[in-house]
Design a protein around this ligand. Sequence first.
Ligand SMILES: Cc1cc2nc3c(=O)[nH]c(=O)nc-3n(C[C@H](O)[C@H](O)[C@H](O)COP(=O)(O)OP(=O)(O)OC[C@H]3O[C@@H](n4cnc5c(N)ncnc54)[C@H](O)[C@@H]3O)c2cc1C
Length: 379
Amino acid sequence: MSAMISYWEKKHFFNYDIIIVGGGIVGLNAAICLKKESPDLNVAVLEMGFLPSGASTKNAGFACFGSISELIEQEKIIGTAGLYNLIDKRWQGLLKLRKLLGDRSIAYHNYGGYELFKPLENELSSLCVSKISHYNQILREISGFSDVFKTAEGKASKFGFEGISLLLENTLEAQIDPGKMMVALLSMAKKQGVSIFNSCTVTGLQEEGDEQIVITPHGNFSCKRVLLCNNAFIKDLFPSLDVIPGRGQVVITKPIKHLKIKGTFHYDKGYYYFRNIDGRLLLGGGRNLDFKAEETTEFGSTELVQSALVKLLSEVILPGIPFEIEQSWSGIMAFGSAIDPIIKEVTPNVFCAVRCNGMGIAMGTQTGEDAAMRVIKSL
Ligand SMILES: Cc1cc2nc3c(=O)[nH]c(=O)nc-3n(C[C@H](O)[C@H](O)[C@H](O)COP(=O)(O)OP(=O)(O)OC[C@H]3O[C@@H](n4cnc5c(N)ncnc54)[C@H](O)[C@@H]3O)c2cc1C
């Protein structure tokens, strides 16, 4: 324990029933659920960033459950029944997030989502069109809505796109403001009495009798149970977990007069995604240009991806429309060989809930809750 820590601090700030490592969407949902289920539990969240610093405040804010080309790929891996469950989880997850925080608190807008196809992708686009009724049937059973997917005739020119031969619309896809969502989650967690420490990186874990010691540069915390919600960064503590980091680079333009684009858009099999926000265009993606380089937990940008994003803006998304990039940033996702999040006890009394596979808006709330319930059951 640092010589700067007082007796009082050590006694009242460094010991908890449960310590959650990582204050992203999963960690905060877990904390909220723990306090709802067992208000007497003493819960702390240790977050390495001054702000939450992984993906939850860096993402594009698509409230989505999969575009048709993504669903086709995923159905190949997990079969129709597996896919049904996965879409159901994502849809229920979105409903849960909306119910927890309210649509206004997350700026939820159902403007629809679109998948764009280039003329060269004729084979893929025909396959996707042929699957519309199949996925509509699944979505009808899950959501109660009919004709969720449809071809969006004439919309490519309405939005002003160049070089797009087909748009498929997902009428249930929506967008949120992930910053608002995180502000709302933080405020709810604090209201429930969760202690949140920022700029507090967990560098190691140790077992001492029936206590877990959580090591940080500010001193050692102790608790009964640890829940790791540090997503891709979990590899620093448990290198053997099936988690592969994926950096996502994003740019946002300055406001564009009379922006015609409204909704959430998936391009090039989802490797690029863009949306409107505050009269601006937000665009991210390009990991597929160099998977190896983007398989990192280092924040940052590369000339290769940044120039591809600007090219896509000027040639396809905003052709002939002057724009300026105002800001760019990156965030770190977690992928793996399976599509489901990992929720398990990694060592005795140390649990994890990580790897939302780039779909944390839909999966984060339920993942946090499932992990919290496992931890409570173990007490
Ligand atoms: C560019 C980009 C775009 C995306 N777009 C979308 C989208 O449109 N829709 C969607 O559903 N999903 C999207 N995602 C994915 C989504 O953001 C994630 O799935 C989700 O945020 C994961 O939440 P999490 O809580 O598991 O992880 P994170 O948000 O990464 O939270 C983990 C936290 O742990 C902290 N941490 C890490 N190591 C330590 C440590 N040792 N000690 C203490 N704290 C630590 C980190 O600082 C971080 O705040 C996107 C992601 C990115 C990067």
